[in-house]
Design a binder for this molecule. Structure first.
Ligand SMILES: Nc1ncnc2c1ncn2[C@@H]1O[C@H](COP(=O)(O)OP(=O)(O)OP(=O)(O)O)[C@@H](O)[C@H]1O
Ligand SMILES: [Mg+2]
Length: 320
């Protein structure tokens, strides 16, 4: 651990007992996050992301293991941790009958800020999160994207060094998601805030995070930059088209890969070198594409499942 380490966790474990059955929500989580990092935490539904965040933010006592967050031990000094962090939970949109600016002032008072300091900070945040024109509107009447931005302002009112965000962009349209991320990145640039964020949107993690953690079944299964994960864990995807299904199957027999209809997909290292060779060897190819791996390919390689399918399933469940 260096002086610049803002989160250290060792063997953090949480089990729940539900009707005599033991649920191992998080098992043996080891984690070091450096000051100023933007870390994305990925994993399918039920992987243990929120439980990890709730332990690190002192909302949930671990079954075993230890963690130090912004210099304070989560078990011995939870109040010390809470004073220095911001936490925006999953789907906790403020739904109060209060006005936007008053909501921020109440939150400041909750953190023990003086009224003047809270007002100054509230106005700063309203400005930087594009909420100033809504300052006197009732929270209840805000749109989803506006509420999520207010959530972020609420989490930042006491100027925390470290901000935990649990799926900040779920439920927002693409435009609002992009807008929200712009605000997150601006805040980070202006204040150097360390950001630890869970998301189901792999593109977000890929674009914005310099480090990606992947959790599955309560265990951390990957921890690296998105670029490294993609180059070391998932190969390039080559898709070849053929005139007929029989041609595609014959090509699969020679070159490997998976034939589907009249096309053949292969996952390979260095697709740019493999593709010309395949085109020389297979004479019946009618079309060819080479695709760089995505984080979803990484997830598929790690777990045998697609995170995208997972997200789609959970959405259907919600809609059902
Ligand atoms: N209070 C609780 N009581 C019992 N089981 C729980 C509780 N909270 C979480 N769990 C279980 O722990 C596991 C991890 O849940 P968690 O909410 O941490 O997952 P997640 O990765 O945040 O999922 P999602 O992507 O759906 O938000 C799941 O099996 C969940 O059912
Ligand atoms: Mg969750």
């Amino acid at each position: 651990m260096t002086t610049d380490t803002i989160i250290t966790a060792r063997g953090l474990t949480k089990t729940f007992t539900v009707r005599k059955a033991v649920v191992e929500a998080v098992t043996d989580l080891d984690l070091d996050v450096q000051r100023g990092e933007l870390v994305a935490f990925l994993g399918p539904n039920g992987a243990g992301k929120s439980t990890s965040l709730r332990m690190l933010t002192t909302l949930l006592p671990p079954t075993s293991g230890t963690a130090t967050v912004v210099g304070h031990d989560i078990a011995r000094d939870p109040a010390g941790v809470r004073r220095r962090i911001g936490y925006i939970g999953q789907g906790t949109s403020a739904g109060h009958n209060q006005r936007v600016r008053d909501e921020l002032l109440s939150q400041g008072a909750f953190y023990g800020m003086g009224r003047r300091a809270a007002a100054t900070r509230a106005d700063e945040l309203l400005e930087s999160l594009d909420l100033a024109p809504l300052a006197t509107r009732k929270v209840l009447g805000l749109s989803g994207g506006q509420k999520r931005r207010l959530d972020i302002a609420l989490g930042l009112i006491h100027s925390p060094e470290l901000l935990f965000l649990d799926e900040p962009s779920t439920g927002l349209d693409p435009q609002s998601r992009a807008n929200l991320w712009q605000h997150i990145l601006d805040l980070r640039r202006e204040h150097g805030t360390t950001i630890f964020v869970t998301t189901h949107f792999l593109e977000e993690a890929d674009l914005f995070a310099e480090r990606v953690l992947v959790m599955d079944h309560g265990r951390m299964i990957a921890d690296d930059t998105a670029g490294n994960l993609k180059t070391t864990l998932a190969g390039d995807v080559i898709t070849l088209g053929f005139a007929s299904e029989a041609d595609a199957r014959a090509a699969a027999a020679r070159a490997g890969g998976t034939a589907a209809g009249s096309s053949l997909s292969l996952t390979v290292d260095h697709g740019e070198l493999v593709l010309p060779r395949l085109l020389r060897e297979l004479d019946s190819v009618t079309s060819a594409t080479l695709r760089q791996p995505t984080l979803d390919d990484v997830f598929l390689a790690l777990t045998g499942r697609s995170l995208r399918e997972d997200a789609a399933t959970s959405k259907e469940e919600i809609n059902a």
